[in-house]
Design a binder for this molecule. Sequence first.
Ligand code: NAD
Ligand code: UPG
Length: 494
Amino acid sequence: MVSSDLRVTDLAVKMVKICCIGAGYVGGPTMAVIALKCPDIEVVVVDISKPRIEAWNSDTLPIYEPGLDDVVKQCRGRNLFFSTDVEKHVAEADIIFVSVNTPTKTRGLGAGKAADLTYWESAARMIADVSKSDKIVVEKSTVPVKTAEAIEKILTHNSKGINYQILSNPEFLAEGTAIEDLFKPDRVLIGGRETPEGRKAVQALKDVYAHWVPEDRILTTNLWSAELSKLAANAFLAQRISSVNAISALCEATGANVTEVAYAVGKDTRIGPKFLNASVGFGGSCFQKDILNLVYICECNGLPEVANYWKQVIKINDYQKSRFVNRVVSSMFNTVAGKKIAVLGFAFKKDTGDTRETPAIDVCKGLLGDKAQISIYDPQVTEDQIQRDLAMNKFDWDHPMHLQPTSPTAVKQVSCVWDAYEATKGAHGLCILTEWDEFKTLDYQKIFDNMQKPAFVFDGRNIVDPEKLREIGFIVYSIGKPLDAWLKDMPAVA
Ligand SMILES: NC(=O)c1ccc[n+]([C@@H]2O[C@H](COP(=O)([O-])OP(=O)(O)OC[C@H]3O[C@@H](n4cnc5c(N)ncnc54)[C@H](O)[C@@H]3O)[C@@H](O)[C@H]2O)c1
Ligand SMILES: O=c1ccn([C@@H]2O[C@H](COP(=O)(O)OP(=O)(O)O[C@H]3O[C@H](CO)[C@@H](O)[C@H](O)[C@H]3O)[C@@H](O)[C@H]2O)c(=O)[nH]1
């Protein structure tokens, strides 16, 4: 009797269903890894974009991420599904992750800083409309502090007796290493209400991650700490880059070498060696957006000094990009008009095809402002994407694809090629803007032989050996490294 009762109970325990709204850089990989690690959970990723879902269901996934293909292949069709039938899967789910765009507002109150929660709000309203059973709603998107409170209001306003628990579970993966980061996260952070129902919901999500994440790496906090920790973590990371980039300018002025300085500084265990690579500037969809968001929240909370402190991180980043353009132009006799400049790398970092907020956009725009002819090669970025990026207005990139401006006028002075040697043929100068490994092993002698003389290399990622290139005959500029004699004689740049 007891044993048969037990069996009935076992059968009654239904398979947990997860639905993720938003099949982007976060929703796709995150859910694929949950599906892989939790075969007992059904995971459906839904999106309003039909082409995106079609791509997730095809052999050519919509995003390039090392290891992702393999994970998707292992569980797609088993317990991982991609669908445009948003309402059906939301209605059926027990846990709903929301991983939609949270762009920077371009109009109205808070324009240029505040997060635009249009997509989040519409997802929340849809959840309220279609739900017929209790739900745990998880904030996966990066959102301003206190968003959970707003979402709670939307959901409970029309709750039809349904119980909603809102959790904050920010994502810390970095692109290019997303799968590695998801397999072995430094931490998983879950914030929830400090009520019995809230704690139960936190535990339910903890149980999902506990399939593969050690318990001591799953942190639980209140909702506001979780929301703020995400913004704070990105602000701290970006601040390290702006700090080392600020020092790189001083290195160039003094003859110090930023690689040596960063190494010496990072040896201090209190500082640590990671994230101290000087560069042409940080890019990516998160750092600038999240800091602007933080700045806005500080301002709204009457903390202008704190807001200004974080604003400076972005100012230094902008300074670094314009400093780079100025170096290029000033070293080439103060003009690049009509000159061919090769750009190697357009993605915001290696191992991704993502170009959102890539420093390459600002550098190319700066060079185009000086009438350069640009030839671009990136192993993962298409010409169409590059043309769209160069034509798009600030912040437009962060809206769902089908809502972005279509068929922009192509920038005629820009051409894209599928080979670094083709890009550099006949060029006056060469700018390295992404640290793709293949750029480290190019035949620079061959490149030099086919370039105009004097031939210039501007290394925005410090990946080439400046001395070796100088031996070949190049005039070399590397961020934060002792300057070439040629560059020392050029007008000071600011
Ligand atoms: N990209 C990252 O590395 C990263 C890391 C951590 C956190 N985040 C945050 O995660 C969120 C998503 O970022 P992303 O890079 O995945 O963006 P993304 O643009 O790649 O994906 C968002 C997806 O949501 C879809 N969408 C928008 N509104 C929808 C709706 N109402 N219903 C269904 N689908 C909808 C869009 O069509 C798009 O495919 C953002 O808040 C971002 O700040 C991003
Ligand atoms: O020492 C460094 C490290 C990085 N960068 C640049 O900084 C940008 C951001 O790099 P990274 O942080 O590696 O990539 P993201 O995918 O933008 O990841 C960041 O943003 C995500 C979105 O919020 C967070 O989840 C991650 O934890 C956080 O690292 C890129 O342009 C890098 O080239 C440097 O210039 N120097």
